[in-house]
Design a protein around this ligand. Structure first.
Ligand code: NAP
Length: 254
């Protein structure tokens, strides 16, 4: 099969964690995967992590290409999508996964921590959706899946910026789902609960146990639990589902 006929998938923030699992779960011989990551602090480790994702995806049968691109900067995101379109001519699936936390109680939260979390999590999702939608509208086909969080529905002390960004993703998803439905594009969100990745590994033991106490299924989620929901929403079996939020949280929110 030529590259122009394969399914083109774009996943943001996939050098590790949930994004890497999503790439692996979507990989296969008929799929080409592009993903990005961004780490100004420790580039060598991040480049190595991205290279590892590329290798694992190749082992799973897809070609994978990664670029260091900050989803919060529109012109850089535009350059990333230009490369995808130059090489494959299409975008079938967009997964908005890139996300960060900068936790702190409301009264102590710094303006820059509010801004950076909203810029990456919410504006980044908006920018990727906007750019990908132009191509999907011409194709009259597309699947957009964004990773929100259970805290968008429940709130969480110390995460005013993060929960607002994730609640914003849900509102954005519903509006864009209505706008793009006539063009055969579905737009959905997934709200993970407590998933074992680098993001949650840094939590103090007490906070970790407090989160786990809230999980009726009694265990932390794995990145693969989230990836399985992405695979479903990206599949033809989910063709009649749009504007929805699937909670993958072991029942933390019902
Ligand atoms: P993670 O392990 O910290 O990985 C985050 C990924 O996003 C990394 O590949 C990172 O790249 C990339 N990234 C960060 N900032 C970026 C930017 N500005 N531009 C492009 N890429 C960027 O996080 P995770 O736990 O897998 O989380 C993935 C998504 O799930 C996030 O949206 C998160 O909010 C959401 N989520 C996670 C949990 C959980 O319990 N883990 C729960 C609910 C929702 P670098 O490594 O290069 O920085």
């Amino acid at each position: 099969m030529s590259d122009k006929k394969k399914r083109t998938v774009v996943v943001t923030g996939a050098s590790r964690g949930i994004g890497r699992s999503i790439c692996l779960a979507l990989a296969g011989p008929d799929t080409i995967i592009y993903f990005n990551y961004f780490a100004p602090g420790d580039p060598a480790a991040e480049i190595a992590a991205a290279a590892e994702t590329e290798k694992l995806v190749a082992d799973a049968g897809s070609s994978a290409t990664s670029m260091s691109v900050n989803v919060a900067v529109e012109k850089d995101v535009a350059g990333f999508f230009e490369k995808v379109l130059d090489e494959t001519g299409r975008i079938d699936v967009l997964v908005n996964n890139a996300g960060i936390t900068k936790d702190g109680l409301l009264v102590r939260m710094k303006e820059k921590d509010w801004d950076s979390v909203l810029d990456v999590n919410l504006k980044g999702t908006f920018t990727c959706m906007k750019i990908a939608a132009k191509t999907m509208m011409k194709q009259r086909y597309g699947r957009i899946i964004s990773i929100a969080s259970v805290v968008a529905a429940t709130g969480n002390p110390g995460q005013a910026n993060y929960s607002a960004s994730k609640a914003g993703i849900i509102g954005l998803t519903k509006t864009v789902a209505r706008e793009l439905a006539p063009r055969g594009i579905t737009v959905n969100a997934i709200a993970p609960g407590f998933i074992e990745t680098d993001m949650t590994a840094s939590l103090p033991e007490k906070a970790r146990n407090a989160m786990l106490d809230q999980v009726p299924l009694g265990r932390a989620g794995q990145p693969e639990d989230v990836a399985a929901a992405v695979v479903f929403l990206a599949s033809e079996s989910a063709a009649y589902i749009t504007g929805q939020v699937i909670h993958v949280s072991g029942g933390m929110y019902m």
